[in-house]
Write a protein that binds this ligand. Structure first.
Ligand SMILES: CC(=O)SCCNC(=O)CCNC(=O)[C@H](O)C(C)(C)COP(=O)(O)OP(=O)(O)OC[C@H]1O[C@@H](n2cnc3c(N)ncnc32)[C@H](O)[C@@H]1OP(=O)(O)O
Length: 710
């Protein structure tokens, strides 16, 4: 960010108060058993029966314009507690049906215990380190539970080989802090900078608990501040390693505030940060996988890889949006304020109290300094006290150490009615670099502020006017980031009547995320009831309020990777599912995401139906994880509904495929039933049809026939 030339002050425009809103036989075809249900394995729905619970939001975008007292982030309606698959038979409709015999995987999963944010079951030897070639429990090192965590040997590091590190129980730490006047701002509220320091410290300790070596903050994803904490209240921070990738890991951070007098607890923030294992004086090390104890651990583990995709792909999405953006803005508005007025530069000398336990400038301290300069910059525009609402990712590009001078440059990039985006860039210099003017860019972030009047009403910010080429770029960058934030908010807000998500540049990453997340949540829900059993096919139903879901479990005698390849290509679907009349690829977005146009035969007295669906496919990172093929409807501008077809929607459907052996797998098909599927399901429930079983049998036949040719 260049330092704009100061200009003379201008009016900040009018200030308008705004109210706050707010057992298969070894071979042969399966025999039919008593009790069945069948129905369309096709996802077709000519309307809606219900909607999947909102998936846990990925961490990339803040909810702009939300207010301090906004509701906490949406979570699944019921926290999933049971094993993801297969569930034990509970109160099946058909008591005479043979009891499902738990296979090896069922036995393994039956130990899972519920709990979120560190809710733990008993330690489970043998469940960790399932990664191919990974070390077993005996190789694990716990840094916190008394076992030594030896440093990587020089030989290992010099040879370029990576030692594997990782605690069996994952990293999970809790921090409690009483908010004292020294932590508060002029309003008596906990300052955002202090909170960021605590969050970073807790998350770093969680990362180090898992890694067993020192870790550094690589980035902190978008952070939203939902609730203000006041002096006298208690802040609790829970930080937990959700997933270890290679040298980096995702840490989930949940901050709550508790009122001492009433004991009422509220969520302040939920954030995700990435830490990289960096042994002091050593090279890179490869992390052990996190030991997953609860179903929530499994869910977060699965979603963490999706969040990583979004995190690492953000820059590309941003660049695409910048190319699309209309740069023809009219800055002739009379009360538009020059951004030059908002430029703030500040310098800090890094001293020992600012360093972390490894001598690097503490990431939380850097974020706190950034928040201070950003807040001053915003205040110059609003002549009031800005309130930090969210941060659009802190990225730590490089380290700084005690003795460095850190130069902070902040400037308002753009305003959006009741919010303002301030960009902050941090550069570091040691003594020599200082003289030569050789800056190291160590951090950048975009902070979103609101401001309120004495009555707590949101105030409107004046329009701003960039005066330089860089200022113009930042102005349009703020619009692109806002588009991504709003797209995320829109997609991840659960609404019963929301039409299918539009497929646009700004939201593709979130639509794919929500596709995978919705299926993963559905599969992990507690309370699946077995409804019918054949030797190779089990049908389960799940009721939750007015939402009914279906699971069809099929034992297939082909390897899981082959089943995945055949089931993820929807152009094969007509070969086994009579509910697919035609199917064509509309967009092959990348190798993991495709958009198909599907037509389906008419139901009685109706027009034929058509669908525009997004199919997202994911390969497992570990043998114990399933292949995933998730399906949901999307809206494509280029494919509007026609009078010939009844445009139908798929809310949440797809497959999870688990490898049983080298030559067999279990395919689980899920469908959140919508009104279009209801007639099939009802007919199957009453026994007048067995179309679900028939389709499942066709699916198995197709897979085994095709599979035998490979
Ligand atoms: C606790 C504290 O207070 S620490 C102090 C504040 N933080 C710092 O000083 C860290 C400064 N930054 C750095 O030192 C470096 O940029 C690092 C260590 C973060 C990354 O170093 P690089 O050499 O660029 O690493 P490299 O490109 O090999 O990536 C290493 C891993 O980090 C991940 N990573 C790198 N940057 C980011 C980012 N911005 N967001 C998320 N992940 C990232 C990579 O994906 C990779 O993950 P993987 O090994 O699991 O696949």
């Amino acid at each position: 960010m260049g330092a704009p030339k100061p200009t003379s002050g201008r009016g900040t425009g009018s200030w308008r108060p705004r109210h706050r809103g707010g057992g298969r036989p070894a071979s042969g075809r399966p025999r039919r058993c008593r009790g069945r249900i069948g129905g369309a394995v096709g996802e077709g729905a000519a309307g809606r029966y219900g909607r999947a619970a909102a998936p846990q939001p990925p961490a990339l975008s803040p909810a702009e314009g939300s207010v301090c007292s906004a509701a906490p982030p949406k979570a699944p309606r019921h926290p999933p507690t049971p094993p993801a698959r297969p569930s034990p038979q509970r109160g099946g409709l058909l008591p005479a049906s043979p009891q499902p015999r738990p296979g090896p995987r069922q036995r393994r999963r039956s130990h899972l215990s519920p709990g979120r944010w560190g809710g733990t079951g008993p330690p489970q030897p043998g469940r960790a380190a399932e990664r191919p070639g990974g070390a077993g429990p005996s190789r694990r090192r716990l840094s916190v539970r008394g076992r030594a965590s030896p440093r990587p040997t020089a030989a290992l590091l010099a040879g370029g080989a990576m030692e594997r590190r990782g605690a069996a129980a994952g990293g999970d730490v809790r921090m409690c802090q009483a908010v004292l006047p020294a932590h508060a701002n002029h309003r008596g509220e906990l300052s955002a900078g202090q909170l960021l320091k605590w969050m970073d410290a807790a998350a770093c300790l969680a990362a180090e608990k898992h890694a067993g070596v020192s870790c550094v903050t690589a980035s902190m994803d978008d952070i939203q501040f939902e609730e203000a904490a006041r002096v006298g209240q208690i802040i609790s921070i829970k930080a937990k390693v959700n997933r270890a990738f290679k040298t980096s890991m995702e840490v989930g951070i949940k901050v709550t505030v508790q009122d001492v007098l009433t004991n009422v607890e509220k969520i302040v923030s939920v954030a995700y940060a990435t830490y990289v294992a960096k042994p002091v004086g050593g090279g890179k090390i490869e992390l052990e996988p996190v030991n997953l104890l609860s179903t929530e651990d499994h869910l977060e583990h699965t979603l963490a890889i999706e969040r990583r995709r979004i995190r690492l792909g953000y820059e590309q999405v941003f660049q695409n949006l910048m190319q699309e953006s209309n740069k023809e803005d009219n800055f002739e508005e009379e009360d538009a304020v020059s951004t030059d007025l908002t430029h703030v530069q500040s310098i800090e000398l890094v001293q020992p109290p600012h360093a972390n336990h490894h001598g690097n400038t503490f990431g939380g301290q850097i974020m706190a300094w950034m928040e201070t300069v950003a807040s001053i910059s915003a205040s110059r525009l609003c002549h009031s006290y800005p309130v930090l609402k969210s941060v659009n990712m802190f990225k730590f590009w490089g380290p700084s150490v005690v003795g460095d001078r850190l130069v902070f440059n902040a400037i308002v990039n753009n305003t959006f009615q009741t919010s303002v985006e301030v960009g902050v860039r941090v550069e570091a210099y040691n003594c020599e670099e200082w003289i030569k003017d050789q800056a190291r860019h160590i951090n950048s972030a975009f902070l979103i502020f609101n401001t309120v009047n004495d009555k707590g009403e949101l105030l409107t910010f004046p329009r701003i006017k960039p005066t330089t080429k860089d200022g113009m770029r930042r102005y349009h960058g703020a619009i692109a980031r806002r588009r991504i934030r709003l797209a995320r908010k829109c997609i991840l807000s659960a609404s019963e009547d929301k039409p299918s998500d539009p497929w646009e540049t700004s939201n593709q990453a979130y639509v794919s995320y929500s596709n995978i997340a919705a299926l993963t949540h559905l599969a992990a829900k507690p309370g699946w009831e077995i409804t019918s059993t054949l030797d190779d096919i089990k049908i389960w139903t799940h009721e939750e309020g007015d939402v009914l879901s279906l699971k069809v479990e099929m034992q297939v005698q082909i390897p899981s990777h082959l089943a995945f390849s055949l089931l993820s290509d929807f152009t094969f679907r007509q070969q086994w599912d009579k509910h697919f009349l035609t199917c064509e690829v509309l967009q092959a977005v990348n190798e993991d995401e495709k958009i198909y146009y599907v037509t389906s035969p008419p139901m009685t007295d109706h027009k034929p139906r058509d669908f525009v669906i997004l199919v997202s496919q994911r390969q497992p990172c570990k043998p114990s994880e399933p292949y995933i093929v998730a399906v949901k409807s999307v809206t494509l501008m280029s494919m509007p509904p026609s009078s010939e077809y009844c445009r139908s929607e798929i809310l949440c459907a797809g497959f999870q495929i688990y490898g049983d052996s080298n030559s067999s797998c279990t395919v689980c098909y899920f469908n959140q039933v919508s009104s279009g599927v209801m007639p099939y399901l009802a007919a199957n429930l009453t026994g007048s049809s067995k179309s679900i079983e028939d389709t499942a049998l066709e699916c198995i036949k197709f897979l085994e026939l095709k599979g035998s040719k490979y």
